[in-house]
Design a protein around this ligand. Structure first.
Ligand code: NDP
Length: 232
């Protein structure tokens, strides 16, 4: 039977590669969410080449009206997997003495509030699945144990994302809905840069395999892209 996955930030980077993974692996209806569908050329081309397997829907995860319209577009359909992937790293003003607080707020709105907002809007759809999964693409930079300098906005947004997702996990556990967080690796995308360790397909293919293997015992946990546990 066809399962449905929602992927945010599906037009480029890791999100786009995840779309390709779901397309290539089994019977999935893919709801590819992106901020500007009209300019998502590669995603539109891929969707046009399939037989309706990819449905492109506008979604700005930081905009309440956009999230509400997105939920309306989905209606009362079942969602089996929600992948909260969309994110921003923010600009250069993230170190002591030069912090741009407006940008920090924007980063939190996208990276932290966005995934919770989208999850809350779609929770009734996820509850319709027998095996509902909610995934957040977090970052090692959100881990307290990761020694790093600067990046107040990005690092704190991912740390807070992890905390919010663990709260969701504990609230949804009794309903057998799994919530898991992943560091996707250092990936060659617009965000990661071309000097990064791994390619988007390497990251996305491994993440896909991990998501498929998730069981309730994994809920509330933070993993690396290869499925190993990640330190908090
Ligand atoms: P990219 O910069 O390549 O892509 C980011 C995606 O997020 C784009 O599709 C972008 O859309 C979308 N996005 C940004 N803001 C919003 C918004 N408000 N609403 C909806 N979509 C939005 O990044 P990656 O693919 O590398 O990153 C994906 C995820 O992985 C992020 O959460 C990132 O933090 C995380 N990550 C990445 C790492 C890396 O090395 N690349 C390492 C650790 C974590 P648009 O095209 O419209 O801007």
């Amino acid at each position: 039977m066809t399962k449905t996955v929602v992927i945010t930030g599906a037009n480029r980077g890791i999100g786009f590669e995840l779309v390709k993974c779901y397309l290539a692996n089994g019977d999935w209806h893919i709801i590819a969410a992106c901020r500007s569908p009209e300019s998502a050329k590669a995603l539109n081309s891929l969707a046009d080449a399939t037989d309706g397997d990819i449905e492109i829907v506008q979604l700005d995860v930081a905009n309440a009206d956009s999230v509400a319209a997105f939920a309306s577009a989905i209606g009362d359909r079942k969602i089996d997997v929600l992948i909260n992937n969309a994110g921003v790293i923010g600009g250069d003003h993230q170190s002591l003495g030069d912090i741009d607080y407006d940008e920090w707020m924007e980063t939190l709105a996208i990276n932290t509030l966005g995934p919770v907002r989208v999850t809350e809007a779609l929770i009734s759809n996820i509850r319709k699945s027998d095996n509902g999964k909610i995934v957040a693409i977090s970052s090692q930079l959100g881990a307290m144990q990761y020694q790093t300098q600067g990046r107040f906005a990005y690092n704190s947004s991912k740390a807070a994302l992890n905390r919010a997702m663990t709260l969701l996990a504990s609230q949804l556990r009794s309903e057998s809905i799994i919530v898991a967080m992943y560091h996707p690796g250092w990936v060659q995308t617009d965000m990661g840069g071309q000097q990064a360790d791994i390619t988007p397909p390497e990251s996305a293919n491994s993440l896909f395999q991990c998501f498929e293997k998730l069981v309730l015992a994994d809920t509330g946990k933070f993993f690396k892209w290869n499925g190993e546990p990640h330190a908090w």
